[in-house]
Design a protein. Sequence first.
Length: 279
Amino acid sequence: MLAKRIYTALILISVFFVAVTQLSANMLSLAFAAVGAAGAWEWSALAGWTSRVTRVVFVITFASVCVAFAWVYGPNFAADVTLIRPILGLACFAWLVHALLVDSYPKLSFLWRSRLVRSLMGLFVLGAGWFSLSYVMYLSNGWLLVIMLVITVGAADVCAYFVGKAWGKNPLAPDVSPAKTIEGLWGGFLGVLSLAGLTWWLLPPAYAYIHPVEIFLIAAFCCSASVLGDLTVSMVKRESGCKDSGVLLPGHGGVLDRLDSICGTAPFFALSLILVGYA
């Protein structure tokens, strides 16, 4: 299983790197939307929609949300930060609400277990992830920032996995994902903060105005958001009685099983760039 997981990850990394470095911001935003649509197809099943028609309608609804935001904000997402900041702020607040739902599961699951609410949750998770990634891509050196975001999420995931495997004893969220441990969480933090230290060391002089404390705080928030995204999708899967969101990616499950952490992290990462003055 581990070997299959590694092979799939290498293929995904290669495709991602080529896309980010070769496609324009417009095309990459479209590519993000296409991947999000694949995730929407999987989420429709987790939301409880069983017929092919209703699942296609859900995917079309997600695509319509993307088109609506692209229409409102125009071809250049980074044109006016004052228009983007409130959206990202609301997205981050909504993720904090999801943290409450994860922490209280299954006590408060009656609030969101209906198909309608689970569908709205999916539109938020995927829509906010697409919006945030598209915004970051339109910034200066956006392609590099997106790569840094994905590397950060990957470092949190990999370090948490191996530390949890070796020393994990205390479950992090036993009712949501019994395999995740507090020790694994700290392993993820250690890996991400080490990456933040390397980033600060390699930071060009032009960005010296970004304080190292800010870099470490961004890393810590991103690591936390990555875990939250993972746990949120795991919570919905558990409520739906599914182990994986799909079978498209050997060793990983479905597309959602790779998007969850990225969707959770992207709004916090994008808002952080605004708050430190990069955007």
